[in-house]
Design a protein around this ligand. Structure first.
Ligand SMILES: [Zn+2]
Length: 370
């Protein structure tokens, strides 16, 4: 299911709206609209001189959109800071709990990470203070909207400073731990703190606000996921492609027909083959590619007609972590390993899974820090 809609681009970065954000905007618009007067009292401004009903819901919509824009600016602050550090920003998506920027690899440098994380809450705080101050000196309706946006941004800053993944506060905490210990153990420690925070928020939510239980659940999941993915990366970084690659690689020639290829492939039971011509890789072909062509034509169509020509390959010394990320990103099941232009091996997804399992068992047996 497609759950995000692209709403535009800002300096080349696609901006997407996740469906959950639309739901929350609707909900916020409705709940503000039906409580305008109570809300005004709560944030300490004169109630706007408007009639309940249509006008108050209109105000609700304006403020909900204001909330969305605030979240958006917060996320842009992260993205532009990251870009300044040379990190590629693939897209920004806005969803229920805020924004997520899909970035390339962030430098694992505690001070950079702190800077990158803290700029979001600081931006929200800045907007909050400006809106609040302007609101205090504005005429009634405007004052209500501005003070409210001020308060929202200050809450946004505070919420994001909760020391738990995937909030900015969790990343700052990890970076602080990472100054003294390995990235993996820093992540584990930060994730444990995050879980405790999540449980506390959840307990608080049982008594005060049901919505907090949802947030607690989300924080808990975020902490577990972050710890897990860093643990996997930590293990995979210790394995080199040459240690797990299979060395005798079955190859095919580009001029073979698909029928010949399929017969051969079924016999040797591999699923993907580098296509070689004059000792060089010119493509890669899988049984899946071959099966796309109708059986009746498999005697005429050649391997080179259906093979993937844009081959991604790795060097024997590359860590498996890089291969794994690329496999996930491109949904490719295997990569050739090439040294000085020569094919020396092949690494598949199941090779990586097997070695991951083995190494993590050994390490947990030894009790090593991984
Ligand atoms: Zn943030």
């Amino acid at each position: 299911m497609k759950t995000s809609i692209q709403i535009g681009k800002i300096s080349g970065i696609p901006v997407k709206l996740h469906i959950t954000l639309l739901i929350i905007i609707g909900f916020v618009a409705w709940s503000i609209g039906s409580n305008v007067f109570e809300l005004a009292e709560l944030i300490g401004v004169d109630p706007p001189g408007i009639a309940p009903g249509f006008q108050s819901y209109l105000i609700g919509i304006i403020m909900a959109v204001g909330l969305f824009v605030s979240v958006f600016i917060h996320e842009m602050a992260h993205s532009f800071t990251a870009r300044g550090m040379g990190v590629e920003i693939k897209e920004i998506s806005l969803w229920l709990f805020g924004g997520v920027a899909n970035m390339g690899e962030i430098p694992r440098e505690p001070n950079l990470e702190i800077k990158l994380s803290i700029v979001g809450p600081l931006t929200s705080l800045g907007i909050g203070i400006i809106c609040y101050s302007l609101g205090m000196i504005s005429p009634p309706i405007l004052s209500f909207v501005l003070v409210y946006l001020g308060v929202i941004n200050i809450i946004l800053a505070a919420f994001n400073m909760i020391p738990a993944f995937p909030m900015d506060g969790g990343r700052i905490l990890r970076a602080m731990f990472a100054k003294r210990q390995s990235y993996v153990s820093a992540t584990n420690r930060a994730a444990s703190v995050g879980k405790v925070v999540a449980v506390l928020i959840g307990i608080f939510g049982i008594f005060y606000n049901f919505f907090l239980i949802l947030i607690a659940f989300f924080i808990y999941m975020g902490a577990s996921q972050e710890a897990q993915s860093i643990m996997v990366q930590g293990v995979l970084e210790k394995i080199k492609a040459e240690e797990i690659m299979s060395k005798d690689v079955e190859t095919v020639e580009p001029h073979r027909t698909l029928r010949e290829f399929i017969d051969h492939a079924l016999e040797v039971q591999h699923t993907g083959y580098p296509v070689m011509e004059d000792g060089k890789i010119v493509g890669i072909i899988t049984l899946r590619d071959a099966k796309k062509i109708d059986r009746s034509r498999s005697n005429e169509v050649k391997v080179e007609d259906v093979m993937e020509k844009d081959v991604i390959y790795f060097a024997p010394g590359d860590t498996v972590n890089g291969l794994w990320r690329k496999m996930m990103e491109k949904d490719i099941g295997r990569f050739p390993i090439v040294s000085n232009g020569e094919l020396v091996g092949m690494v598949t997804r199941s090779d990586i899974l097997r070695s991951f399992k083995r190494l993590s068992e050994i390490e947990s047996y030894r009790g090593d820090e991984i």
